[in-house]
Design a protein around this ligand. Structure first.
Ligand code: ATP
Length: 772
C-alpha cells in the first residue's frame, strides 16, 4: 500500500468518525426536540386560556393560540430538518465521497483539495468543509473541466478562475478505500466499466459519481424555460432528468420543494423503477404521474377513456381487421398540429355560432331550455371573449336559480315533501340547521326548526347538483360541440374522413372516447371554459417525450403556467402510431419561443455493451452517429426455428443458461400483449417467470415476459426477442419498435424467429451479429 493510498484511507476514517459524531449529536437533538414537542402538546391548553368574553380576552386567547402553534411548527420543522440530515449522513457513512479536485484559485498560493460526495459535511470545530455537495458550484469543475485553467460561477454569477491541478475518483466500500483513479480526462472510464458491467439489481440507481460532461449540462441547465434533450437509447436521459431534479432541489432549496416538481412518465411500473434514485441522494421524490392519469382525473367521470396501450395493442394486432387503415389515419391526424390549428379555428367560429347547451332541469321541470340559453348567449356581450361570455351567462343562470329557489320554498310540492319527511331525517336536519345557526351541541334542543327552515334546507339540497353543474359551466354540451367539429371540418386531404367521423361518433355514442380524442376533447373544453391552471408547480419533466402530441405539449404548457419544462426523448423509439413519422422536437420551439428554448443532443450510449450498440444502431436510419461506450461483450445472436415448439424449447434452455450465468433480470420481449399470453403459457415451466401487463405497477427483478411498449424506459441484463420473424416484424412501421426492444439489453441480446427473420435486419451489417 503506497503512502498516498494510506493517507487517503486515514482521511476516510477520520471523516467517518466526524459523520458518526454528528449522527450521535443529531440523535440527541432529535430526542430533545421530541421531548419539547410532547411538552408543548401536553401543556397546550394550560398555556392557552380560552376566554372570549370581551374583545381583549378574545385577542389574548388568539395570541396565546398562535404562539403555541408557532412553537409547535418550529419544533416540527427542526425535527424534519434533523431527520433529513441524519438520513443523508447515514447514507454517507460507508461511502462518504467519490471524487476530489485539486483547485488553485488565481492569485492564491495554496491549492484546495475539494472532496465531493452526495452532501456537504463540515467540521464545525475547525471551520473546514470536509465534503462538498456534488451540486455545489465548485463541484461543477469535477464534471466539466480538464486539467489546466478553468473556472466556476458562484450563485451570484461571479466567475472564479483558477487551475485544476488534479482530478481523482475513489471507490470506497464499507469505509474502506478499494481503489482510486486519476480521472483527469473523463470521469471514471474504469469506474463506469465496473458500474455498467454489473448485473442489475431491482431498480435504477443514482449516477452522481460518474456523471459525464454532456449529461452534466442537462443536469445543471438553468438558462431557459424549456430544455429539450434528444438522446439515443441508453444515453442517460432518465438518469440525467432525475439528477436534475436533485440539482434543482439544491439550487433552489430556499424556494422549491419536491412536491413542486412533476415527472410525467410512460407508465406506473416505470414510476416504481425510478423511485429509488432521489432517496439514494437523500432527496424526496418528486410527484410522478402519467398523462393518462391526468386525463382520467379530468374526464373519467364523464366518459370511459381508452388507454394509450390499448390503442397500441390494437395497432399491433388488428392489421387484418376492417377499419384498421382508417383508425391509423385518425390517430395520426388527431395528434397533428393541423388538427390543433383546425380546432383553434373552430373555436373562433364558436363566437358567432355553434355553442350548444343542455336544458336546465330542476325538480323534473325545465327551467331554461337549450334554445333559450343559445339565444341569450348569442344576443349578449358579443364583443367579449367566449369564456367571459360564458361566465356572464353563468352568473345570469345562478340568479335564475336563486329566484327558482325562492319560488320553490313557497310552492305546494315542497309542502308535500315536508309532510312526508321521516322522523330520522327530521332529527338529522334539525341538528344540521342548529349547527349552521351557531348553536352548540348542548343547545341543539333549544333550536326550533321552523317550517320555513325545513323548506329552505330541502330546496337547497335539491338545487345543489344543478348549482354545481352551472358553477362548473357543465351546462354546455361539449360532447355535441366536439361532434360538430367533425361536420365543420371537411377534410379534403384525409381520404377516410367520413369513416373516421362515423367511427368517432360510434365510440362517443357508448359514452367512450378513443385515446386520440381524449386530449383534443379536453383541450376544446378548456378553450371554451378557460384553462384550469396549477401555479404551484415550478418544474415539469417529460420523459419519453417523443410519444406526446403537439396537443399534449400545448396543454401542459397552459396547465402549468409557472413551470419550466425539461423534455427528454428519442425519436428512434417513437412507437406510438401518431409519433412515428416525426423525427425531431422542432415544433416544440414555438411553445416558448426560440429565446426561451435550449436543445441538447446526446449520442453516447451507456446501457449496452459495445457489440449490442453496434448492432442496434444499424437498425435505425440515422443510427451511425450513436457512439458506444467501450464495454465489451458478445455479439447479439439471431436464431431461426422451424416451429413454435422448437422456439419454446430453445427459449427455455436459453433462459436457463442466462440464469446460470448469473443474470438477475431477463426479459422475453414480445411485440404485443396477445403474443405475451402465448409466450407466457409456453414458458410457464420456468420457475417464478412473470408476465408484465398494463396493470403491473411494481417493477420486479427476475425473469419476465413483457410486451414491447411496456419495456420502454427500462432495461434488463439479458433480452430475448420472442419472435422477430418476417410475419411479426413485417415492415418498416415496426422498425422503431424493434430498435426499442433490442436496446433494452445491457449485457446479452438474443433474437429468435419462427421462419424467416424480419427484413428489418437487412439494414444491419452481417458482421454485427451471429446467425444460427
Ligand atoms: N454517467 C453514467 N454513469 C453511470 N451509469 C450511467 C451513466 N449514464 C447512464 N448510465 C446508465 O445507463 C443506463 C441507461 O440510462 P437511462 O435509462 O437513463 O437512459 P435513457 O437515455 O433514458 O434510455 P432510454 O431512452 O433507452 O430509455 C442506466 O443503467 C444508467 O444507470
Amino acid at each position: 500500500m503506497d503512502a498516498a493510498f494510506q493517507r487517503e484511507q486515514q482521511r476516510i476514517t477520520e471523516v467517518i468518525q466526524t459523520i458518526n459524531n454528528e449522527l450521535q449529536q443529531l440523535v440527541g437533538e432529535s430526542s430533545q426536540l421530541k421531548n419539547e414537542r410532547n411538552n408543548i402538546q401536553k401543556y397546550f391548553w394550560d398555556e392557552v386560556k380560552v376566554n372570549v368574553e370581551s374583545f381583549d380576552d378574545y385577542l389574548e386567547t388568539m395570541i396565546g393560540l398562535r404562539q403555541e402553534t408557532q412553537a409547535l411548527a418550529v419544533n416540527q420543522s427542526m425535527h424534519r430538518h434533523a431527520n433529513k440530515k441524519s438520513s443523508k449522513l447515514r447514507k454517507m457513512k460507508d461511502n462518504p465521497y467519490f471524487g476530489r479536485i485539486d483547485f488553485r484559485e488565481d492569485r492564491e498560493k495554496t491549492t484546495d483539495e475539494i472532496y465531493i460526495g452526495i452532501a456537504t459535511l463540515t467540521d464545525e470545530a475547525n471551520d473546514e468543509i470536509l465534503i462538498y455537495d456534488w451540486r455545489a458550484p465548485i463541484s461543477s469543475i469535477y464534471y466539466e473541466s480538464e486539467i489546466g485553467p478553468t473556472y466556476y460561477r458562484t450563485p451570484s454569477h461571479k466567475k472564479i478562475t483558477g487551475q485544476l491541478e488534479k482530478k481523482i475518483q475513489y471507490m470506497i466500500r464499507d469505509g474502506q478505500l478499494q481503489t482510486m483513479f486519476d480521472a483527469s480526462v473523463t470521469i471514471g472510464d474504469e469506474v463506469l466499466q465496473q458500474v455498467l458491467g454489473q448485473s442489475t439489481d431491482k431498480k435504477m440507481h443514482s449516477i452522481v459519481a460518474t456523471i459525464q460532461q454532456e449529461q452534466n449540462k442537462i443536469i445543471r441547465h438553468t438558462g431557459s424555460r424549456l430544455l429539450i434533450v434528444h438522446g439515443s437509447a441508453g444515453s442517460g436521459k432518465t438518469s440525467a432528468a432525475l439528477q436534475r431534479v436533485a440539482y434543482l432541489l439544491y439550487k433552489y432549496r430556499e424556494s422549491m420543494t419536491a412536491d413542486q416538481i412533476i415527472l410525467f412518465s410512460p407508465n406506473t411500473m416505470f414510476n416504481s423503477y425510478v423511485s429509488n434514485v432521489l432517496p439514494e441522494l437523500g432527496e424526496e421524490n418528486m410527484q410522478q404521474v402519467t398523462f393518462q392519469d391526468y386525463l382520467e382525473h379530468r374526464l373519467g367521470d364523464e366518459m370511459k377513456l381508452e388507454n394509450p396501450y390499448d390503442q397500441l395493442e390494437f395497432i399491433l394486432t388488428a392489421k387484418n381487421q376492417e377499419g384498421y387503415g382508417q383508425r391509423l389515419q385518425a390517430i395520426k391526424y388527431k395528434a397533428s398540429p393541423a388538427y390543433f390549428e383546425a380546432m383553434e379555428r373552430y373555436f373562433v367560429s364558436l363566437s358567432e355560432e355553434g355553442m350548444l347547451f343542455h336544458d336546465l332541469n330542476f325538480n323534473g321541470e325545465v327551467i331554461m331550455t337549450k334554445e333559450q340559453l343559445y339565444n341569450q348567449f348569442y344576443s349578449e356581450n358579443l364583443g367579449m371573449k367566449l369564456h367571459n361570455r360564458l361566465d356572464l351567462l353563468k352568473e345570469s343562470i345562478l340568479k335564475l336559480l336563486k329566484e327558482t329557489e325562492k319560488k320553490a320554498i313557497k310552492s305546494d310540492w315542497i309542502l308535500d315533501e315536508i309532510e312526508l319527511i321521516s322522523d330520522d331525517r327530521f332529527t338529522k336536519i334539525h341538528k344540521i340547521m342548529a349547527k349552521k345557526k351557531g348553536y352548540r351541541p348542548s343547545e341543539y334542543d333549544e333550536y326550533d326548526l321552523t317550517h320555513r327552515d325545513l323548506a329552505i334546507y330541502l330546496v337547497k339540497r335539491k338545487m345543489n347538483k344543478l348549482r354545481k353543474k352551472v358553477n362548473n359551466v357543465d351546462f354546455i354540451d361539449s360532447k355535441t360541440i366536439y361532434r360538430h367539429l367533425f361536420d365543420w371540418l371537411v377534410q379534403d386531404n384525409l381520404t377516410l374522413w367520413s369513416e373516421i367521423r362515423i367511427d368517432t361518433f360510434r365510440k362517443m355514442d357508448l359514452d367512450e372516447l378513443y385515446y386520440e380524442d381524449a386530449t383534443p376533447f379536453l383541450f376544446m373544453q378548456e378553450l371554451m371554459k378557460g384553462f384550469q391552471t396549477n401555479r404551484q408547480i415550478r418544474h415539469l419533466l417529460i420523459d419519453e417525450a417523443q410519444d406526446y402530441s403537439a396537443f399534449q405539449f400545448e396543454f401542459l404548457k397552459r396547465l402549468f403556467p409557472a413551470a419550466n419544462m425539461t423534455v427528454l426523448g428519442d425519436f428512434n423509439q417513437a412507437i406510438f402510431a401518431h409519433a412515428k413519422d416525426t423525427n425531431d422536437f422542432m415544433s416544440l420551439t414555438s411553445l416558448y419561443g426560440e429565446d426561451e428554448t435550449a436543445v441538447v443532443n446526446i449520442q453516447r450510449s451507456y446501457r449496452s455493451t459495445k457489440e449490442i450498440i453496434e448492432f442496434t444502431k444499424s437498425i435505425v436510419p440515422n443510427g451511425e452517429s450513436i457512439v458506444s461506450f467501450n464495454r465489451a461483450g458478445s455479439r447479439p445472436v439471431v436464431t431461426t426455428h422451424t416451429s413454435k415448439k422448437a422456439l419454446h424449447d430453445a427459449l427455455s434452455k436459453q433462459i436457463h443458461d442466462f440464469q446460470n450465468h448469473g443474470y438477475q433480470s431477463i426479459a422475453v420481449i414480445c411485440l404485443s400483449d396477445e403474443e405475451c399470453v402465448e409466450a407466457y403459457e409456453a414458458l410457464s415451466n420456468i420457475p417464478n417467470i412473470k408476465r408484465v401487463k398494463q396493470s403491473t405497477s411494481e417493477y420486479e427483478v427476475g425473469t419476465v415476459v413483457i410486451p414491447s411498449y411496456l419495456s420502454k424506459g427500462i432495461e434488463f441484463d439479458a433480452v430475448i426477442v420472442y419472435n422477430a420473424s418476417t410475419e411479426v416484424y413485417a415492415d418498416d412501421s415496426l422498425r422503431k419498435t424493434f430498435y426499442t426492444v433490442c436496446t433494452r439489453a445491457m449485457h446479452a441480446l438474443q433474437i429468435h424467429s419462427v421462419g424467416s427473420v424480419t427484413p428489418l435486419l437487412e439494414a444491419v451489417p452481417e458482421n454485427r451479429y451471429e446467425m444460427n
